[in-house]
Design a protein. Structure first.
Length: 211
């Protein structure tokens, strides 16, 4: 394989959490008087850091969200993930086959990723190689998180592949000088076709693309 490390995003890439997590945000926003559909939430919030999501909700409300809002979302997401979260189809099989070192780099905090990866049984694949934007204070689309992950893995950024499901993540990978692969299990793949990014619809197709 031509890559020395493969960096995976977490939400929407390894675990099917975008719908579960954004459903929680929709319900919590409703308590503030803001009506959103699940599709609207996914379109606007997927791949964003939570602070930006809260800022956008506050903008739509015309006032900042209350102090309790974030902690409530986190608590309810943890419960929803425990009950509903699953690995993306084909991820387990792919990770079993890969001999190249892998890691996770996410905008989310460690506690959220540990729940997501733990519940879905994926955590053993990434033992000690789970990186959060909160570790380095760089959030996608800033390339800093991916550069931090590459440095931690001891790999040149140019030798890293990045697997992402959001335009923000693809932008970060390109800015870091890495090779991105856009995961689009459903919907319009052109939203991730930035630069020379190759897109794919199922994890079973990724191994061949990685070369």
């Amino acid at each position: 394989m031509r890559f020395e490390a493969i960096i995976f995003d977490c939400d929407g890439t390894l675990v099917d959490s975008e719908r579960v997590g954004n459903a929680v945000i929709v319900d919590c926003a409703k308590e503030l008087g803001l009506s959103l559909t699940l599709d609207q939430a996914i379109e606007n919030f997927a791949g964003r850091k939570m602070a930006d999501t809260l800022e956008l909700i506050g903008k739509w409300l015309g006032k900042p969200v209350p102090d309790w809002f974030l902690s409530t979302i986190r608590q309810r997401m943890a419960v929803a993930f425990e009950d509903q979260l699953e690995a993306m189809d084909g991820v387990n099989e792919l990770l079993k086959k890969l001999s190249t070192p892998v890691c996770v780099a996410s905008n989310g905090p460690h506690d959220k990723m540990l729940v997501s990866l733990g519940v879905t049984g994926l955590l053993p694949y990434f033992d000690g190689r789970v990186f959060s934007a909160y570790d380095c204070n760089h959030w996608k689309p800033d390339p800093g998180l991916f550069l931090y992950a590459a440095k931690s893995m001891g790999v040149d950024p140019r030798a890293c592949a990045v697997v992402e499901d959001s335009p923000l993540g693809i932008q970060a990978a390109l800015s870091a000088g890495m090779t991105p692969f856009g995961y689009v299990p459903e919907g319009d793949a052109t939203r991730l076709a930035l630069g020379k990014t190759k897109t794919f619809a199922h994890m079973s197709l990724l191994e061949e693309l990685l070369g």
